[in-house]
Design a binder for this molecule. Structure first.
Ligand code: HEC
Ligand code: HEC
Length: 493
């Protein structure tokens, strides 16, 4: 069915695509959900993520409470004089962490409590953060400052005479992330897998594969349900085992992976349940309706078909309601009706090449032989040659844009000549005109910040390797009025 849809999707008239889309979305749930065992539930998945530590804790309460001692004098003194509750707030905010919004927590949403006051990183470290000041589950955590947090943790541990962990040591050799909200996660995965047999047996004595360190923006979790393969190059089959790659620290051997498999079936159910967030500000529906027709003509062949905006601002047009409801309700609400899951060759898309080249065909093929793909039963695409055109539902909430997080707003995605080379975001500001992060554009990093590695990470410098905002020039063909209409439509997705 999917294969048929994909073939027809390329050039078929819209109504045909939509009809087939309708057939797909009306299939019984079992046909679109992952192999489900009765006990699997999103609620259990969320509970596991926030209560069961799968990694060694990176630090403990005592270290957390002293992190402010590493800050520059003004901020340090302010934190020292603040109440413990206020200091905790300042500390969480400084590193891009948030409170568990559904109740009081000993740690943060992004760190699971572990024995002895420990804080163990969980998936939400990179995959859940604030958008316009509000926590949205599954939104890339664009405030996360992993490198700075790790450096400060190490300094406090040193002062307290505490033992270093894998993060403290690893970050001395491997960069964790050079700019706020992006991490070198792809290379960590690459390194960790190099030490494993296909069945995940660990060998400390393996040589390292060639490494190209670079930073990536995480992918919104609410897109997981639309895909058959994962990552920005769409190479890895989607399954619950793929979600466990991040647990490949030496301490976790094959026994752990096998034992935790059911946990990750539940965690996958949580991912599948996440709705795409709705734009919280005003939308000009008439303009958006015009944008819809332009989008269908210029963008849908790569990004898919979405519901038409309803003039009265209601949830979905009646016809679309029928098409999207089964999937929307069962797998988290989404405006997406049909998704072609197309990879666009690097020569055509022209966005930054580093991520694609850093992973190498051998690396992808190796992954394809392991436990994560059921030893090759599920196939990888070893040489995808380009980047996936991602789904765009909830796109207003996933700024900054492109796989490297190099473009702060949707208006700038639509006009390649207007993308800032150097920018700094405000903490919680949202730019409703350009739709995306509120940023300050700069000609250069102020000298005081340039000489301070930690402050420098608050800037995004598009001239650095892996960080180019170039490419994806397709929308440049639209005139200014058409761009305004498409921008308005993107808000409705
Ligand atoms: C240190 C940051 C970080 C942590 C922690 C992290 N991820 Fe990710 N994740 C990323 C980045 C960056 C990407 C995008 C990688 C790429 O494709 O280039 C990603 C991609 C993914 C994708 C692919 C999504 C898609 O639509 O293709 C999934 C699924 C995923 N992560 C799941 C998880 C799970 C589950 C955990 C916890 C067990 C986790 N991640 C922890 C950074 C992180
Ligand atoms: C030929 C295929 C193609 C066409 C046509 C196309 N895009 Fe894209 N688009 C892509 C690819 C591939 C990416 C991912 C690029 C990357 O991350 O390096 C992308 C990324 C984007 C993103 C960023 C998404 C994110 O979350 O980072 C937006 C927004 C977007 N496109 C909007 C549009 C709009 C609007 C149009 C029509 C005017 C359009 N695109 C036309 C292929 C296409």
């Amino acid at each position: 069915m999917t294969g048929l849809l994909r073939r027809v999707g390329a050039g078929a008239p819209l109504f045909l695509v939509l009809m087939l889309g309708a057939a797909a979305t009306l299939l019984p749930l079992t046909a679109i959900a992952p192999a489900a065992t009765p006990a699997v539930s999103p609620e259990r998945g969320f509970e596991l993520l926030t209560t069961k530590p799968y990694l060694t804790p990176d630090f403990d309460d005592e270290v957390f409470e002293r992190l402010h001692t590493c800050w520059e004098p003004e901020a340090r003194d302010a934190a020292a004089q603040a109440s413990p509750a206020e200091r905790r707030k300042l500390t969480l905010a400084r590193y891009g962490l948030t409170e568990h919004p559904d109740g009081p927590r000993a740690t943060a949403l992004q760190y699971t409590p572990a024995d002895g006051g420990g804080w163990a990183m969980n998936c939400m470290a990179c995959h859940t953060g604030k958008v316009a000041g509000q926590v949205i589950y599954g939104a890339p955590n664009t405030h996360y400052l992993l490198q700075t947090l790790t450096e400060d943790v190490r300094a406090v541990k040193f002062a307290l005479g505490k033992k270093f962990t894998h993060m403290d040591k690893g970050s001395l050799v491997y960069p964790l992330g050079g700019s706020v909200g992006t991490t070198n996660a792809v290379m960590f995965g690459h390194i960790l897998l190099a030490f494993r047999d296909p069945d995940l047996t660990f060998h400390a004595d393996r040589p390292l594969p060639p490494l190209t360190h670079h930073d990536e923006d995480a992918i919104p979790f609410w897109h997981y349900k639309h895909k058959t393969r994962l990552y920005v190059d769409n190479f890895a089959p989607r399954n619950h085992r793929a979600l466990m790659q991040f647990l490949l620290i030496p301490r976790n051997g094959p026994d752990k992976f096998n034992a935790w498999e059911d946990d990750f079936r539940n965690i996958e159910a949580w991912l599948l349940s996440l709705p795409s967030p709705k734009y919280p500000y005003a939308i000009d529906r008439k303009l958006a309706a015009h944008g819809y027709t332009l989008f269908e003509r210029r963008c849908a062949e790569c990004h898919g078909n979405y519901r038409a905006p309803r003039a009265d601002g209601g949830e979905v047009a009646a016809a679309d309601d029928e098409r999207s409801d089964a999937r929307g309700r069962a797998l988290g609400y989404s405006s997406l009706l049909y998704y072609p899951e197309r990879v666009i060759k690097l020569e055509e898309i022209g966005t930054d090449p580093v991520r694609l080249q850093a992973m190498r065909a051998e690396g992808r093929a190796r992954y394809g032989e392991t436990w994560f793909t059921f030893f090759g039963a599920e196939k990888v695409v070893a040489d995808p040659g380009g980047y996936l055109a991602p789904p765009l539902d909830g796109v207003w909430a996933s700024a900054p844009y492109f796989h490297n997080g190099s473009v702060p707003t949707l208006a700038e995605v639509l006009t390649s000549g207007d993308r800032p080379k150097l920018w700094r975001r405000s903490v919680d500001g949202y730019d409703q005109t350009r739709v995306g992060l509120e940023v300050e554009r700069l000609a250069e990093i102020p000298p005081d910040d340039r000489s301070d590695a930690r402050r420098k990470r608050l800037y995004f410098d598009g001239s650095l390797p892996g960080k180019s905002p170039a490419g994806h020039t397709f929308p440049d063909q639209l005139n200014a009025e058409e761009k305004r209409a498409v921008l308005e439509y993107l808000k409705t997705l």
